[in-house]
Write a protein that binds this ligand. Structure first.
Ligand code: HEM
Length: 397
């Protein structure tokens, strides 16, 4: 059994490594060069040209495209955005090294130094993102204000999760360090994944302008990013010892499904107030489908852990299932609150883009805290100091 667990977590961390590496490295040249044309006349804008080739010229450059909606703001703040995209792309590419279990084990000093450089690049990128958000108005088009609010939230959770990962390793808490780092990378990966999603949606539905595809993709990532971090944390953890399974577990699974279903009906009712040109994919792909897939995955994980008598693991999966189940009513409640401030369209989209993350992140923090407290004991001083340069609770050089 121990052998099976080791083999599974080894292969899952391998899969995770390749997913992160390929996404980050493939996006690197597109993001890194995005603002060059403002400084070097004639420099290609690879990302927009690729979008034009894959979906169509109008989608990439026409009405409702980022190019058309943001031309003036990007030109006015080209230095800030150059810093944001250059350091963001470099940070994400560097992060791939951190996910190699072999390098972590064989070259601990490299892991430490890459971690420091990553932190510096990521923080610079986020400071530039905050600057752009402060210096420019939200996009004045379908969902522009909602997207702006989501970017504020994204910059804050990205910086916050990195701070949590850093504080965890200073406390010698490897479980917490691993978990918060996974959340941080998951949030950073929303940059390339959003572009993949909006291109895919543009291909599927000819009538969708880029801005509406962006709204759908951003809403979906509001569920997918924290959910993926939760799944990555669970799937790369050891299965743990056997322990009693809650006698109410099965009833809680059913209750979680009911909470999610009630939230879905409420959200669908709120979507009914959107103008006709809002596509149904905004509700289904933007929230319901990712939330249901995530909920089903957590319930399957809980049921399997329960069947093998691993009560602690079952409870962790079940708590994540509750977080995901509450994400849908929380989204609907956020829509109601946001609509009173931002109107029907931006209120609905702001609720979808921001509302789901709250319950999932709350459960994430609670599960990680309890796993850190009950998980493997802190590494011995000597091992920690050679692996991560931590001495007396501080990170040494
Ligand atoms: C995860 C945290 C991130 C935040 C909060 C963030 C924030 C922002 C903001 C505020 C903008 C301007 C959006 C607008 O027009 O209103 C932007 C655009 C952009 N960002 Fe980020 N960003 C993040 C991560 C990244 C990363 C990691 C990369 C590179 C790998 C990146 C690449 C870009 C690019 C290329 C643009 C230009 C717009 C476009 O693609 O069409 N961002 N970002």
């Amino acid at each position: 059994m121990a052998e099976t667990t080791r083999t599974r977590s080894w292969s899952l961390s391998r899969v995770g490594f390749w997913v992160v590496a390929l996404t980050a490295l493939a996006y690197f040249p597109l993001a890194f060069t995005y603002f060059w044309h403002f400084f070097v006349p004639g420099a290609p804008i690879l990302q927009d040209e690729l979008q034009g080739a894959v979906v169509g010229h109008d989608f990439a450059f026409g009405h409702g495209s980022v190019v058309q909606l943001r031309a003036e703001d990007y030109a006015a703040h080209r230095v800030v955005m150059l810093v944001h995209t250059t350091t963001g792309a470099a940070a994400l590419a560097l992060a791939t090294i951190q996910f190699s279990a072999r390098l972590r084990a064989t070259r601990p000093a490299l892991h430490r130094w890459v971690g420091r450089v990553y932190l510096a690049l990521m923080t610079t990128s986020m400071l530039a993102a905050y600057s752009f958000l402060l210096l420019s108005d939200p996009i004045d088009y379908f969902g522009g204000t909602a997207f702006d609010l989501q970017l504020w939230g994204l910059a804050t959770t990205t910086t916050g999760s990195a701070a949590m990962a850093f504080l965890a390793i200073r406390r010698r808490d490897l479980t917490g360090h691993r978990a918060w780092s996974m959340l941080n990378i998951s949030l950073m990966l929303t940059a390339p994944l959003l572009r993949v999603l909006w291109v895919a949606l543009g291909r599927i539905d000819d009538d969708l302008e880029l801005m509406m595809s962006l709204d759908v993709g951003s809403s979906a990532l509001g569920v997918i990013a924290p959910g993926a971090a939760a799944l990555a944390f669970m799937l790369t953890q050891r299965a743990g010892r056997t322990s009693p399974v809650s006698t109410t577990a099965a009833r809680q699974y059913a209750a979680a499904v009911l909470v999610s279903a009630a939230g879905a009906l409420w959200l669908a009712d709120l979507f009914g107030r959107m103008p006709d040109r809002a596509p149904g994919s905004m509700l289904v792909l933007g929230h319901l489908l990712p939330a249901w897939v995530l909920l089903a995955t957590c319930l399957v994980g809980a049921a399997r852990a329960g069947r093998s008598g691993r009560g602690i693991r079952e409870a962790q999966w079940r708590h994540f299932a509750w977080g995901v189940a509450w994400a849908t009513p929380a989204t609907a409640a956020s829509v109601v609150l946001a609509s009173s401030v931002y109107g029907v369209v931006d209120g609905f989209l702001a609720g979808q883009m921001l509302g789901a993350a709250g319950p999932v992140l709350l459960v994430f923090a609670l599960v990680v805290r309890s796993a850190s407290a009950t998980g493997p004991r802190p590494m011995p001083e000597a091992a920690l100091s050679s692996r991560f340069g931590v001495k007396d609770g501080t990170t040494g050089q």
